[in-house]
Design a binder for this molecule. Structure first.
Ligand code: C5P
Length: 239
């Protein structure tokens, strides 16, 4: 297994409690993957659990998708950075002033975490977007919000791997494309609609793969992690 610096896998810790999360985390090693804490686990287990994962050596992506007035969003980002997280996110729909406030506030820190944006939630249909005033091609909205995020100094965006190729060509190699909806061959799609394999996501330009249930619900999570790592490394060694 690679060390964390080169691991492309972020395991989504979508658990209802600290006890449930710990039962899983005890099976994995910070050298093998990064981890993501979202709203469910953060609300149940709190900042102390984030700190405990950081202290155990995990790179933590805090997926709380801040969306508020610029001052509040920037302050929340700084509070998250204070927990020692590796990456955090905001909603691009918060607009340029909020994005810039968050980015500028983090830039003042000695070791700022990566800051990425959610563009359009992949759960939203064209009809949902029309209802909130975002008529037009959803793909064009994603590209526009990704451009706004880049212009505002953010490090990247969360996106479907199906959008990664266009975003990679629009933003170049340094822009981080963090892709959920990944399913290794043989995994159930669960509630994900547009699934992509780890290999195809990497070929499309993904920087990081967010993978939850195929790993967290596996009988042997380490075997699944190893399988994904070897699928990814086969791609790069074949190049
Ligand atoms: O279990 P699964 O691999 O589907 O988990 C994917 C993770 O990525 C979940 O934590 C989910 O909330 C998150 N996510 C997503 N789609 C997005 C943004 C985040 O699936 N557009």
């Amino acid at each position: 297994m690679p060390n964390t610096e080169s691991s492309k896998i972020i395991v989504a810790l979508d658990f209802p409690s600290e006890i449930a999360a710990n039962t899983f985390v005890e099976k994995i090693d910070p050298a093998w993957c990064r981890v993501k804490i979202g709203k469910e686990l953060f609300t149940a287990a709190g900042p102390h659990f984030v700190r405990s994962l950081v202290n155990r050596g995990f790179d933590v992506f805090l997926d709380l998708k801040y969306h508020d007035i610029p001052n509040t969003a920037a302050a929340a980002c700084c509070a998250a950075a204070d927990l020692g997280v590796w990456m955090l996110n905001v909603h691009a729909l918060g607009g340029r002033r909020m994005l810039e406030a968050a980015s500028n506030a983090l830039a003042k820190l000695d070791t700022p975490p990566l800051l990425i944006a959610v563009t359009v939630l992949t759960s939203m249909s064209s009809q949902d977007l029309i209802e909130i005033g975002l008529a037009g091609d959803p793909g064009a909205t994603v590209l526009r919000l990704a451009q706004l995020s880049a212009d505002s100094g953010l490090d990247g965006v969360v996106c479907s791997a199906q959008e990664a190729e266009r975003l990679r060509s629009q933003h170049g190699d340094q822009f981080r494309l963090v892709c959920p909806g990944i399913r290794p061959a043989g995994s159930a799609s669960d509630d994900q609609c547009r699934i992509v394999s780890p290999a195809v996501a990497m070929i499309s330009g993904a920087s990081d793969l967010v993978i939850g249930r195929p790993i967290t619900r596996a009988d042997d999570p380490i075997a699944v992690l190893k399988g994904i790592e070897s699928e990814i490394s086969d791609i790069f060694s074949a190049r």
